[in-house]
Write a protein that binds this ligand. Sequence first.
Ligand code: FAD
Length: 147
Amino acid sequence: MLAGTRNTVAWSALGHAVAAYDAARTYCGQRVQFGKPLVGFQIVQERLVKMLAEICGMQLYCLRLGRLIEEGRFSDTIAALAKMNNTSKAREVILAARDLLGGNGILLDFHVMRHLADMEAIHTYEGTETIQTLIVGRDITGVAAFA
Ligand SMILES: Cc1cc2nc3c(=O)[nH]c(=O)nc-3n(C[C@H](O)[C@H](O)[C@H](O)COP(=O)(O)OP(=O)(O)OC[C@H]3O[C@@H](n4cnc5c(N)ncnc54)[C@H](O)[C@@H]3O)c2cc1C
């Protein structure tokens, strides 16, 4: 059961990250500072591209989860690895989005903070990032380090 729910959490994290990225990309296209939209600054572009790169990695995890389920080769370890990776990366992406919105990033009106709050819940439920790490560590080493 936990492997199944960890699969859904990996997908949820991806959804929150995409939504936050989309909000940041839109906002930076509209917000004018120093005479031009924020997307016109190199550092802003770099940050958006890094967010996108993390999202693409999360998408590949989710695609792989779906294929393994279809093939009947889904396991506790891959579920833990995907949940650990995607919740960790989604938190990074959403925090970057929240920062790119400046002061508006903490307002509910711009939605990024909603995604951050939801992420904090799924970061913990179905097992924390640390516990997912230890599940994968047990598999690759043969040694259980948590019990
Ligand atoms: C929004 C939300 C909804 C939830 N819904 C449900 C639900 O429907 N059903 C349900 O049964 N539970 C639910 N939970 C509970 C959730 O699964 C637990 O909160 C989660 O598994 C962490 O357990 P804990 O809170 O007891 O933390 P603890 O186990 O007390 O962990 C506290 C900290 O210690 C760390 N830690 C614990 N053990 C080790 C170790 N061996 N080595 C290193 N670090 C360790 C953890 O990673 C964490 O950072 C929900 C939680 C939240 C936040």
